[in-house]
Design a protein around this ligand. Structure first.
Ligand code: 6PG
Length: 239
């Protein structure tokens, strides 16, 4: 990233989660004031749990107009929603069961279905939500894997090269499992993208994404939106 203008380094994981929660509150207020709704794409994995828990806590949950927030997921494991691996299930446990989001505003990927069917249905749900216009999410939250993956776009997997579809099924041989994931073409249209990256183990992948752009995360480049890298000091150790 030229000049690292979107890079913000925080002391530790708590400071990182606080910054990400403040960004969520700020953008939700701005977008709801501007157009009456805030569409956000949640990241999966473990890192966002602290952020989601913070948003559900007093001091934050009162600041969000939950009735006008629409939740989507950037990717999902191909498991039922009550499976411990489910990204949707994690968001319900840490945030959604604690805040008054109307059920119709929660747009989960149906991980329990055949991957290709789940991907096609999700793409349909997204295009319908945006009334057939080009889908532009207000905020896409992203994680970073140690191997440089983001969403479920793992190095060397088919969905990375998907140029037409908004959502694709993706077989991840390194995990021996299927995933459903938003594609780069979809997320790069967002008006705000924010990676949230914590821990020493992500140091190499972060450097590759920011400096060399040789991993899937380095391919996240907004067409016209803003890209932020919210990281803690441990993750930034090689920068
Ligand atoms: C997933 C995520 C994935 C995640 C990274 C980082 O479904 O696993 O969407 O892209 O963000 O693997 O995961 P951690 O936060 O657990 O390190």
């Amino acid at each position: 990233m030229e000049g690292n203008e979107g890079l913000r380094v925080y002391k530790d994981a708590d400071g990182l989660a606080l910054a990400a929660a403040r960004l969520f509150v700020e953008l939700s207020s701005e977008k709801i004031k501007e157009k009456g709704a805030f569409t956000v794409v949640l990241a999966g994995g473990r890192t966002p749990e602290k952020l989601y828990g913070l948003l559900a806590s007093s001091g934050f949950k009162e600041k969000v107009d939950w009735a006008n927030v629409h939740f989507f997921w950037g990717d999902e494991r191909c498991v039922p929603p009550d499976d411990p691996e489910s990204n949707y299930g994690m968001a319900v446990r840490t945030l959604l069961k604690m805040v008054p989001v109307p059920p119709g505003n929660i747009h989960r990927i149906q991980g329990e279905l055949d991957p290709a069917v789940a991907a096609a249905l999700y793409e349909k749900e997204i295009t319908e939500h945006f009334g057939g216009a080009v889908p532009v999410f207000d905020l896409v939250l992203l994680g970073l894997g140690e191997d440089g993956h983001t969403l479920s776009l793992f190095p060397g997997t088919g969905a990375l090269a998907e140029a037409k579809r908004l959502v694709a099924e993706n077989y991840v041989s390194s995990l021996g499992s299927w995933r459903v994931t938003m594609t780069l073409g979809l997320v790069n249209r967002a008006s705000n993208l924010a990676f949230v990256v914590s821990g020493e183990a992500k140091g190499e992948a972060l450097k590759e994404a920011l400096d060399d752009k040789v991993n899937p995360a380095g391919l996240v480049r907004p067409v016209s939106g803003r890209l932020l890298w919210l990281v803690d000091r441990d993750a930034a150790r090689l920068l």
